[in-house]
Design a protein around this ligand. Sequence first.
Ligand SMILES: Nc1nc2c(c(=O)[nH]1)N[C@H]1C(S)=C(S)[C@@H](COP(=O)(O)O)O[C@H]1N2
Ligand SMILES: [Mo]
Length: 239
Amino acid sequence: MNDLRHEVSRRRLLGHGLSLGALTLLTGCDLSDSDAVQTALHAVSRWNDRVQAALFSDATLAPTYDPRRAVKDFRFNAFFGPQDSPVLDPETYRLRLSGAIDDKRPWSVAQLRALPQESQVTRHVCVEGWSMIGQWSGQPLGQFLKRIGADARARYVGFECADGYYGGIDMATALHPQTIMAMSLSGETLPTQYGFPFKVRIPTKLGFKNPKWVTAMYVTNQEPHGFWEDRGYNWFSGI
Ligand SMILES: Nc1nc2c(c(=O)[nH]1)N[C@H]1C(S)=C(S)[C@@H](COP(=O)(O)O)O[C@H]1N2
Ligand SMILES: [Mo]
């Protein structure tokens, strides 16, 4: 029952599984016209995003596991191989902040690592068809947002990454207790290929919504674009 992967794929099926007949009834468009089908599918998918966002709450907790089930040799994924991972220098790195935030001073790795951290053993679910339980620790993003005086009434938090990846989440997800700025994996400093100095670990989201090598964060009312979302994945992509 606690199988998140099953749950996520079931929801994905529900999200995309409308029959062509139902789609014709809903949209009244000619399904031989592929542009119209694309537009209709996109409309349904956007509707799905909104319903999912409305259903999401702090009480929606991703399953957690016994630490003994955490995999040490974690699987790598990115849109390139591990050898091409950006190497961020812990001496010169700065996390840049912008948007609806009172204190926009940049953060060094030492400052980030000095923040109180919480640990979680959760399952990372990649849309490409694999999942793995890992142990991450880091400062809950909600606590960090409070610390820097982010406007929690704003709708979104966006991220930019050193490899050109980008993305964002709704404020409810940003403030969710299980959303953390993961600076460690399996109790060790987060290795380069897994996102050093930190990855936003969001167990209520699919893997692609967990940005690694984050270099900038912003708070906004405008829905942030996402690297994979711009290539067709659902924006909400969570439980
Ligand atoms: N910056 C950045 N973050 C990223 C990606 C990426 O290519 N670049 N890939 C995403 C995808 S699809 C997955 S499944 C996870 C993989 O994280 P891991 O290497 O820690 O397993 O990172 C996500 N975050
Ligand atoms: Mo992924």
